[in-house]
Design a protein around this ligand. Structure first.
Ligand code: ZN
Length: 316
């Protein structure tokens, strides 16, 4: 084996290394099984210690393998992105890329083949990831002051339901970054719209634990039925695709991809609880899916919207 002492091997390929690591893990499990059956429980601890040592070695080998053999970014040019993201005018420098891959790609995606579409998705994911890395380390230049985007807030008349269309356990910083790029950068790249903010440092006017956030939703419901508040009721979420609705609505979002399945009952119950406790004034007919508020068609929050609404309305 490559990892065993005393044996040299001329630069193994990634596939070889992968095979070796898998083989090593397999050996460990086989060993563990025989220890259990042959020697009984009393010797288990001693042998487990041995195995743990080997496992530690194996994990270190995997880490080294990951660091040296795998590139973190396979679809974007890491150097190009890092260089531009560290500048003050980062989103202007990267405007073309944001537009091409994230802000306007839906039209292109519809016309492209399956492979191209999946590549686009991977590029998008890597862009979100690299921007989020900068954001988490406070290396992303953001505004120190700016437009009060909440000044047009109206009384709450609508509830709009969404899904994140992502993995269920999406991190909040990632959600914030996705919405920053799609919504805020999208808006800050428009030249002829009032208020004029083109090219200015990004400013959402919303903060969480001292950090600027770009959430579009007021509530995020997780798969276990717990709910996180992302925006306060007096803050406008940029979620509905129509500004007048944004001004007078609350966005409740199910965390996960519900394009083709119903959210869990626990999640729907959480939505009922939020509406009943916080927004009893909203008329039932004004509880809508994102797809019902947007001028451009969207399937959000998935094809079971009718069932979701029925479930919620029956329990209010
Ligand atoms: Zn939506």
């Amino acid at each position: 084996m490559i990892f065993r002492r005393g044996r040299t091997c001329a630069s193994p390929t990634i596939a070889q290394l992968e095979r070796e690591v898998l083989f090593y893990l397999q050996e460990l499990f086989v060993e563990m099984f025989f220890v259990e059956t042959r020697h009984g429980v009393s010797l288990r601890r001693k042998f487990l210690c041995e195995i743990f040592k080997k496992a530690k070695f194996c994990v270190s080998a995997m880490l080294i393998y990951n660091i040296f053999m795998l590139k973190k970014y396979q679809f974007i040019n890491q150097k190009y992105w890092e260089e531009n993201l560290s500048r003050k005018d980062w989103y202007l420098r990267l405007a073309k890329d944001f537009k091409k891959y994230i802000i306007k790609p839906e039209i292109d995606e519809g016309q492209t083949s399956g492979n191209r579409r999946s590549d686009l998705r991977k590029i998008k994911r890597e862009i979100y990831y690299i921007v989020n890395e900068f954001y988490k380390k406070n290396k992303l230049y953001l505004g120190k002051s700016g437009e009060n985007w909440d000044k047009e807030r109206k009384l709450i008349k609508y509830i709009v339901l969404h899904h994140t269309s992502s993995s269920q356990n999406i991190f909040l910083s990632m959600l914030s970054i996705i919405q920053m790029i799609r919504l805020y950068i999208g808006r800050y790249l428009v030249k002829d719209m009032k208020p004029k903010v083109y090219g200015q440092p990004l400013w959402s006017n919303h903060f969480r634990r001292g950090k600027m956030v770009f959430f579009a939703y007021h509530w995020l419901i997780r798969s276990d039925g717990s709910a996180q508040r992302l925006l306060q009721d007096n803050q406008i979420g940029w979620h509905a695709g129509r500004w007048p609705i944004n001004c007078a609505s609350i966005a409740i979002c199910f965390s996960g991809d519900y394009e083709n399945k119903m959210p869990d009952k626990k999640m729907l119950d959480a939505a009922v609880k939020i509406i009943r406790e916080n927004y009893p004034q909203v008329k039932k007919k004004n509880i809508l899916g994102h797809g019902e508020t947007r001028p451009k068609p969207t399937s959000c929050p998935g094809k079971y919207l009718g069932h979701i609404k029925k479930y919620i309305l029956e329990r209010l």
